[in-house]
Design a binder for this molecule. Structure first.
Ligand SMILES: [Zn+2]
Length: 283
């Protein structure tokens, strides 16, 4: 409370009664006590723009209240207190271009003892990754939302669970590129002779072993230009032209054609285009 260049200037709401009291107090006790009493009794913190700082210990932070003086800038105040001016701006809800006015009350969070080596540069470095991490999380959330949305759309289109598993077994080879070639279906491992079921209702359009590599092959046409194919069978139990219902036994698992062991090669095609059977099968 050293600067006595200006007289107390209270807020507009401060009653004249208190101002009168103030004058009396000034005469009687002096400026220093006046200010203290004003703070205690009236809670009027902006009585004197020239007033020095008031410190309050708050948890690990040392909160300082500072009143803006003539020629002060946020930067100069920050520099004086060793705090990044942007942190002061944030703490006091001051936005760019950081205009401040004489007599304005500023709260300054000084770092706790032992942390005073946190320079503005360090704070910047610490706070920057935080911001980018925060951004990443937000992005991830949006991405997740999109994936969920597309999965929801696929479900809405009714692909998933549209077919039933032709054989209960483990998928030993997935749909997609396999070495230099495309694997147009999935391989389901099963014992020789295991019953193979029609994946959906439809008509058998092919039941033969003339197609190279597939061995004894059955192809069924379903509604919506959807086809399913069952390869490497040991026995075929339906003929071309037969109408089948979902779940009907159409053949037995084997290893005819180009197959190293007994398994079902199962394909799904939309028209002539092979699609991933797993997108159509229930989990
Ligand atoms: Zn295969």
């Amino acid at each position: 409370m050293a600067d006595d260049s200006s007289k107390p200037a209270c807020n507009w709401w401060f009653s004249t009664v208190v101002v009168v009291d103030l004058t009396l107090l000034q005469r009687l006790v002096g400026r220093l006590f006046c200010v203290v009493i004003l703070l205690a009794v009236a809670g009027c913190f902006s009585t004197n723009p020239a007033m020095h700082t008031v410190s309050v210990d708050k948890r690990s932070h040392h909160v300082v209240i500072r009143y803006v003086r003539a020629n002060d800038t946020l930067y100069s105040i920050g520099k004086k207190f060793g705090v990044d001016y942007r942190l002061i701006a944030k703490r006091n809800h001051i936005h760019y271009p950081y205009r401040i006015y004489v007599g304005q009350r500023l709260y300054i969070n000084r770092t706790a003892p032992g942390h005073h080596d946190l320079t503005a540069e360090k704070i910047r470095r610490i706070s920057t990754p935080y911001r980018s991490v925060h951004k990443k999380i937000k992005h991830k959330r949006i991405h997740k939302k999109r994936v969920r949305k597309s999965a929801h759309l696929a479900k809405a289109r009714g692909y998933k669970g549209r077919l039933i598993w032709p054989v209960k077994g483990v998928v030993t080879s997935k749909f997609g590129p396999r070495g230099s070639r495309m694997h147009d279906g999935i391989d389901i491992g099963a014992r020789e002779g295991t019953p193979v079921h029609a994946a959906a209702s439809g008509q058998v359009v092919y039941a033969d072993s003339r197609l190279s590599g597939y061995g004894k092959l059955i192809i069924i046409r379903h509604a919506g230009n959807l086809f399913t194919a069952y390869g490497h069978n040991s026995r075929m139990l339906v003929k071309k032209g037969a109408h089948v219902r979902a779940g009907d036994v159409i053949s037995r698992v084997g290893h005819t054609g180009r197959a190293t062991g007994p398994h079902l090669h199962f394909e799904v095609r939309r028209g002539s285009t092979p699609v991933n059977p797993l997108a159509y099968l229930p989990r």
